[in-house]
Design a protein around this ligand. Structure first.
Ligand code: ZN
Length: 209
């Protein structure tokens, strides 16, 4: 794993150096959400960069009437420790058939990048703060900023703290505390309880580090 994982890491890091085939005119274009052509151009640049970096389109987790309207999520786990992946919520929709492949029109939408750990029972835990890339300015710069965040998330996966008891990664809870991602101090029943926002005076269950 050692050699090949560092090679894959280098491949991800190196993806930014690969030149994509933009004409000089396109390089100049500032993104404008009101121009469909620019929404499509940005979407293609985002997907191209993700594929260069070894990311793959994740299948939908639930059924949708119009799956091509779902935001495309890309992820990569190769080269990372077991259970970990870097996920990118692209703001890209469409299938090029029913709807053109383009970023969502809302200017407020941001590309989100996160480092996650999938637990043994299939729950997704964020390993660091999710980072956002605003889609403003030059298209090439937007895609470059996305790649930067992907590298950061990659490093988060590689360097995350480990639980002292079971060696699972430590994640950030909704209360902004660090806790073992496998919740190894709870029994099976407790693990499957839905999350309840803590009330005042309630005993804190999170193991603190
Ligand atoms: Zn643990």
């Amino acid at each position: 794993m050692g050699l090949s994982s560092s090679k894959l890491g280098a491949q991800l890091i190196g993806a930014g150096l690969k030149s994509t085939s933009l004409t000089t005119r396109e390089k100049m274009s500032d993104y404008d959400p009101n121009v469909p052509m620019l929404r499509q151009l940005l979407a293609l640049q985002i997907l191209g960069k993700l594929e260069d970096a070894g990311f793959a389109h994740e299948p939908l987790t639930h059924k949708m009437d119009r799956p091509y309207m779902a935001e495309r999520i890309y992820a990569r786990h190769e080269g990372l420790p077991p259970g970990m992946k870097v996920q990118v919520f692209t703001t890209v929709i469409g299938d090029g058939d029913n709807v053109p492949i383009e970023v969502r029109a809302s200017g407020k939408d941001a590309i989100r990048v996160c480092a996650v750990y999938v637990t043994k029972d299939g729950k997704t835990r964020g390993l660091g703060k999710e980072t956002r890339v605003n889609r403003t300015g030059n298209i090439e710069d937007i895609v470059e900023r996305m790649l930067e965040r992907m590298r950061k998330a990659w490093m988060t996966c590689k360097t995350v703290n480990r639980c002292r008891d079971c060696n699972s990664p430590v994640f950030i809870t909704k209360r902004n505390k660090q806790a073992c991602a496998e919740l190894c101090w709870l029994n099976e029943e407790e693990k499957n309880k839905p999350y309840n926002p803590p009330r005042k005076k309630r005993f804190r269950r999170y193991r603190r580090y």
